[in-house]
Design a binder for this molecule. Structure first.
Ligand SMILES: NC(=O)c1ccc[n+]([C@@H]2O[C@H](COP(=O)([O-])OP(=O)(O)OC[C@H]3O[C@@H](n4cnc5c(N)ncnc54)[C@H](OP(=O)(O)O)[C@@H]3O)[C@@H](O)[C@H]2O)c1
Length: 467
């Protein structure tokens, strides 16, 4: 059997294509751009553009099933009805149409659902066999918030409303279950396994990532401003603001409903949000680069991860990290290293979230001690991720081995972390900095460091092993 899927980079297009290929279907990808990879035995690319109706019938000729998934757009109804007509004219066996939960309500709460209701009605009277999958909000929408999540905030203007979010993989599995027949002219309401509100979603993210994440439901005016700043088209901004206005007004009773449809169609329960965030947001899932000053700090415990030995001091740190980022940009930078402290115990692992360049001193020109002239962060760069369960510290970095610590401005000392933090901040790559306290930054520091440094790798390995 051959199924036509619109696009290749869309969330559903990617997931459905993989899923159908795995189930030994032939996939015809309806592509508006030429494909560098070319056809394979199981997948062919055919030109198709939603904005060129002449391309519809040739693109559908010879396929059995159309996966009718089109992008949200003011022209969506026009596109979908024309595609249904084309599929009918080409004699397709059936259409599997993605629709939206709540499109069955008397008064759908968004333009998305109103449009879907009209297109569903058109398909139902078209006499083409169909299956309609009315899906709840995707878990994958959380990806749009990745940058904010790494800063510790999950933001959505849902107030206390709960939603039984759904993994798009489950929609694809349901599509496979119905595409071969046996469910024609049926409608299914697809949901995840549980309804979660924003606080519960933030907790799940926090548990998966090990960093504190809090939920914020922004004011709708602020939300609109943020969409405008993000350059979203006006119709989409209006549609989203209308949706959240209705959700906040209590027109949200359909969103927490949990159905059995995924289980019944696929034989497996829908994937949980907890499993979804573990898969996509765990620290080790972010292509992390582990950065050490010396091989002895890694001590052979991190041979199987992407690692960088940068050498000693700020120049080495900045040079080697920047070079690596330009060659192969990591999703997360993790600096593991030893450090001195008169505040924390020897053997303790401290999570550094604030960085001070302790040998920066331009007071002679009127700047504050530790202030890098003309940089927006002043004396202290706040950038590191906070790992739950570890004490939090401020690291003073300088190109000397501090043996007489006597300031409140920082409570851990090293020779590289500030440079790494600044490079990560400039590049907007999440940064986690863990320091193993190897000495007291006092007169004994050099002796202690040599004895203690080999313990660091084992301590880090234990922490990383829990991720
Ligand atoms: N977000 C939710 O929570 C949610 C929930 C339920 C239902 N839905 C529904 O899901 C649908 C959107 O699915 P999605 O999120 O998978 O969409 P998406 O990620 O935005 O992908 C859109 C796909 O459409 C293709 N495309 C765009 N313009 C095209 C054109 N002119 N000609 C040919 N192809 C074109 C793109 O092709 P390229 O690969 O070439 O870019 C892309 O593959 C909407 O109908 C929405 O209402 C969404």
């Amino acid at each position: 059997m051959k199924i036509a899927i619109i696009g290749y980079s869309g969330i559903n297009a990617t997931t459905w294509t993989q899923a159908f290929l795995q189930q030994h279907w032939t996939v015809r990808t309806l592509a508006r751009k030429p494909q560098p990879t070319g056809d394979t035995a199981d997948q062919e690319y055919v030109f198709f553009d939603l904005e060129q109706p002449d391309s519809y019938r040739p693109a559908l000729r010879g396929v059995d099933v159309l996966a009718l998934v089109t992008p949200a757009d003011p022209r969506q109804y026009e596109w979908e009805t024309a595609l249904i007509d084309a599929a009918k004219a080409e004699g397709l066996r059936r259409i599997v149409k993605l629709s939206v939960i709540g499109s069955d309500l008397d008064k759908p709460v968004s333009a998305f659902a109103r449009g879907a209701a009209k297109a569903d009605a058109y398909l139902m009277q078209s006499k083409v066999p169909y299956v309609i999958l009315r899906a709840n909000i995707y878990m994958q929408n959380v990806f749009r918030q990745t940058a904010g999540i790494w800063k510790g905030v999950y933001s959505e203007p849902t107030q206390g409303a709960a939603v039984s979010l759904l993994d798009v993989k489950d929609i694809a599995d349901c599509a496979i279950a119905v595409a071969g027949g046996g469910y024609d002219n049926e409608i299914f309401f697809l949901t995840g396994p549980a309804a979660l509100n924003g606080d519960q979603m933030a907790s799940a993210l926090s548990a998966a990532m090990g960093i504190p994440i809090r939920f914020v439901s922004p004011d709708l005016g602020d939300y609109r401003t943020s969409l405008e700043a993000g350059g979203w088209p006006a119709w989409r901004i209006e549609s989203l603001v209308e949706l959240y206005t209705n959700i906040q007004a209590g027109y949200n009773q359909h969103l927490p409903v949990v159905t059995r449809a995924v289980q019944d169609l696929t034989g497996h329960p829908p994937r949980s949000f907890e499993a979804f965030v573990r898969e996509h947001f765990s620290l080790l899932g972010q292509y992390p680069l582990f950065v050490f000053a010396l091989g002895s700090e890694a001590a052979g415990e991190f041979d199987h991860v992407d690692s960088l030995i940068m050498g000693i001091g700020k120049v080495n740190a900045a040079y080697h990290l920047t070079k690596r980022i330009t060659q192969n940009r990591p999703g997360l930078i993790i600096n593991l290293g030893s450090a001195g402290s008169s505040r924390f115990r020897r053997g303790e692992v401290v999570c550094i979230t604030r960085f001070v360049q302790r040998d920066m001193d331009v007071r002679g020109l009127g700047f504050k001690q530790y202030e890098t002239p003309f940089m927006p962060f002043g004396t202290t760069l706040e950038y590191g991720l906070k790992l739950l369960g570890l004490p939090e510290g401020t690291c003073g970095t300088g190109d000397n081995f501090e043996t007489a610590h006597a300031t409140e401005a920082y409570n851990v000392v090293d020779m590289e972390a500030f440079a790494l933090a600044q490079v990560a901040w400039e590049e907007q790559i999440p940064f986690l900095c863990l320091k193993y306290i190897s000495d007291g930054a006092d007169g004994q520091a050099a002796e202690d460091w040599e004895v203690m440094v080999h313990h660091a790798a084992a301590a880090f390995k234990e922490i990383v092993g829990k991720w």
